[in-house]
Write a new protein. Structure first.
Length: 274
């Protein structure tokens, strides 16, 4: 999580790396490509098209390398949905940090967005959001946690109960790599939250690369068991020194979101995991 700074609009903003622009670019391309499908759920007597972000941050960022000001993910996504003529009918935002969540909600309201602010942790907020959603709507969730531990598998489990749910998921590759030994050997670790039951399926007596791959594949299999298939097409986001930071992938019940994601991510040459 980046430090908070004074934003250019008087509200708190986040200090981020330049790679954040790339991440938001993929998100917005997906929002744009999926606009025609989203439009079918908008209007009276339809189920609606919602956007869910339980890790919303403050909604505004300063790129530390350049000093440039950019929108946070949910704000950028709302703008893109409006530009495409199919704005989301509801936007649910959550963040355990109250200051960040309120800043995002304020920015969205200033843009006329139908924002609903949900308090509490990501797990608690998603539980509340799922209970509020129209079961006949089209729902999109952007799961962009700060680290692997924050991506509690119960979040994906709860969202997967929805009939129409597409999830763009950030999986922290740096945690899988940098903190591998501590996560694999501790009695309780981020791996247990991210991929519950992994210890029964993955041996820790193997190379670090093989261990990383198998933990990640176990997580993918867990997600698929819920009926929301994780895409084979993934986009690796790297840092300023070309170090791997995290993967973006789509998890969805139907083939169309995967086709949209493949086009949005332009994933040629991005399939190698580690």
């Amino acid at each position: 999580m980046g430090k908070l700074v004074d934003g250019d609009d008087g509200l708190p903003a986040e200090d981020v790396g330049v790679w954040t622009k790339e991440k938001h670019g993929y998100l917005c391309r997906y929002i744009d490509i999926s606009r025609a499908t989203r439009a079918k759920f908008l209007g009276d007597r339809k189920g609606g098209a919602t956007y869910i972000d339980p890790f919303c941050g403050p909604g505004r960022c300063r790129v530390r390398e350049t000093g440039e000001w950019i929108d946070g993910g949910v704000v950028a996504a709302w703008r893109k949905s409006c530009d495409g003529g199919a704005p989301f009918s509801q936007i649910y935002v959550g963040d355990l940090d109250v200051q960040r969540r309120r800043a995002t909600a304020s920015r969205l309201r200033q843009l006329g967005a139908p924002v609903i602010e949900i308090e509490g942790s990501a797990v608690l907020s998603v539980k509340e959001i799922v209970a509020k959603l129209n079961p006949y709507g089209l729902h999109f969730a952007f799961l962009d946690p700060f680290n692997l531990e924050a991506l509690d598998f119960s979040i994906i489990r709860m969202l997967s109960a929805l009939k129409r749910i597409d999830m763009l998921v950030h999986v922290n590759q740096m945690d899988l790599q940098r903190n591998l030994v501590s996560n694999a050997t501790a009695e309780e670790s981020a791996f247990d939250i991210f991929a519950p039951g992994w210890r029964d399926k993955v041996s820790v007596v193997q190379s670090q690369q093989a261990l990383r791959q198998q933990v990640f594949q176990y997580w993918r299999d867990l997600v698929a068991s819920l009926g929301v298939w994780p895409s084979t097409e993934m986009r690796l986001i790297t840092g300023g020194k070309n170090q791997p930071l995290y993967w973006l992938l789509m998890a969805a019940k139907h083939s169309l979101p995967h086709k949209f994601w493949e086009a949005a991510a332009n994933t040629e040459g991005q399939g190698k995991l580690f």
